[in-house]
Write a protein that binds this ligand. Structure first.
Ligand code: AMP
Length: 428
């Protein structure tokens, strides 16, 4: 019997996993440059944390959670998103009692029981960044800039930033009532009618064409913002202009998780079809209190690493000058050792270990292989040089170094080989 991964699990193996690493590293580097620190948090949490944090009526909580009882009968849930658990972790470790804002990021698998399709999985990977403890609109702009710069560093050019404000406890109820009034007059099915009463903003997110067609005249939140929310929204947009970050106002943008207020944003990519969202975030000024903490405004984003991998591949495929999957940069080696004859394995292993300790990427042939097979493996490895050691070289105290790009061969004294190679490769 052979096993397969459970349905909808996203996995990466070499060489494609190098693109995944590149994507994750671009976000990590951007976060580090903005002085965000790493947080490694629980993969499963008390189910109630998500019910209270993400929202009882959200799709994530009602339909998509992987919830199980542990052996002591506790109800636990695999994290369906990062923010609620991250805030729980910040509060539990008392970070909010130190310097504010608390600026942290984390990354890893998240789990949602969704209908799998391209770009939509049940186990997928997010990078998540949050700034907790300030209502300053400058930090809204900062989080957007961190994400923007990471997408740009990956060479992406065709992504967009969609921006909205969802108001706050003062102005949203007025908007909610106006929206409900409008929606009740439309021709909608029973489930959607129920949603109007429970969570009318969600109806704006309905993707069905027959529903979308009826939403064109629906009131928008930005027309109802109170003075404080309007000023905040204007400020964020001014700051984005200062940072040369273009955005599209998206007055109907709402998000799948209930905790958002004020600044709300999404990044999308046109080459990804139906699952075009490559990241999203916003403010959640009431979330800390929802999960039993003190008042603590916060903002952050989560990006979908799987979809960003797809976007990077799609743009590179369109761009003739770059490889489709340009991973060999990090997974290919620079030097490939070829032992010829029994005794040579020890010498080759010692040499490539020395090269690794000097910082080069080096690999070698394992097992018994003829010269032809070994040279084929050397070519496939992407290395610039093959190092051949056979009985003849050992007797003469030499190693033969073959330049795999042009075929040139050099016989170098064994003691000098590491220095010879390091000199030529250390900077590549
Ligand atoms: P959310 O946590 O729903 O705000 O989603 C943040 C980002 O995670 C989205 O913009 C997507 O890029 C990604 N994402 C959400 N759900 C999935 C999924 N089921 N599979 C893959 N990526 C996802």
């Amino acid at each position: 019997m052979t096993f397969q991964a459970p349905k909808g699990v996203s996995e990466y193996v070499p060489p494609r996993s190098a693109v995944f690493e590149e994507v994750a590293e671009a976000f990590t580097a951007s976060a580090r440059r903005a002085c965000y620190g790493r947080l490694e948090q629980a993969v499963f949490e008390d189910t109630q944390l998500f019910v209270r944090g993400v929202g009882e009526s959200s799709d994530v909580v009602t339909k998509e959670m992987y919830t199980f009882a542990d052996r002591a009968g506790r109800s636990l849930t695999l994290r369906p998103e990062f923010t609620a658990g991250l805030l729980r972790c910040v509060l539990e470790h008392g970070l909010h009692r130190g310097h504010l804002p608390v600026k942290v990021w984390t990354a890893g698998p998240v789990f949602r029981y969704e209908q799998p399709q391209s770009g939509r999985y049940r186990q997928f990977y997010q990078f998540d960044l949050e700034a907790v403890g300030t209502a300053d609109p400058a930090v809204d702009a900062e989080t957007i800039a961190v994400a923007w710069d990471a997408y740009a560093a990956l060479g992406l050019r065709r992504f967009r930033l969609l921006l909205n404000s969802l108001g706050d406890a003062e102005c949203r109820p007025l908007y909610r009532a106006a929206l409900q009034k409008h929606l009740r007059g439309l021709d909608l099915d029973e489930a959607t009618r129920q949603r109007i009463e429970l969570n009318p903003l969600r109806v704006l997110d309905d993707q069905r064409p027959e529903v979308r067609a009826q939403l064109t005249d629906a009131p928008v939140m930005t027309d109802y913002l109170c003075a404080g929310c309007a000023a905040h929204h204007d400020r964020v947009r001014e700051l984005l202009s200062d940072l040369a970050i273009p955005w599209t106002d998206a007055p109907r943008l709402v998000r799948g998780l209930d905790y958002y207020n004020r600044t709300t944003y999404e990044f999308d990519h046109p080459l990804l079809g139906a699952q075009s969202g490559i990241g999203g975030g916003g403010r959640y000024d009431g979330l800390s209190e929802d999960i039993g903490g003190p008042p603590l405004p916060g903002i952050g984003f989560a990006v979908g690493l799987d979809r960003i991998v797809l976007a990077v591949e799609a743009e590179r495929r369109q761009d003739a000058e770059r490889d489709v999957v340009a991973p060999l940069g990090s997974y290919s080696c620079q030097v490939f050792g070829v032992p010829l004859g029994d005794g040579a394995h020890r010498d080759v292993l010692a040499l490539i270990t020395r090269l690794r300790r000097d910082g080069l990427r080096a690999d070698m042939v394992f097992g018994a292989r003829g010269l032809k097979g070994a040279m084929k493996a050397a070519d496939r490895s992407g290395a610039s040089y093959a190092v051949l050691i056979g009985d003849h070289e050992r007797a003469a105290g030499l190693v033969r170094i073959k330049d795999l790009d042009n075929g040139d061969q050099h016989d170098v004294p064994a003691g000098d080989a590491a220095g010879w190679l390091t000199e030529r490769l250390a900077t590549s």
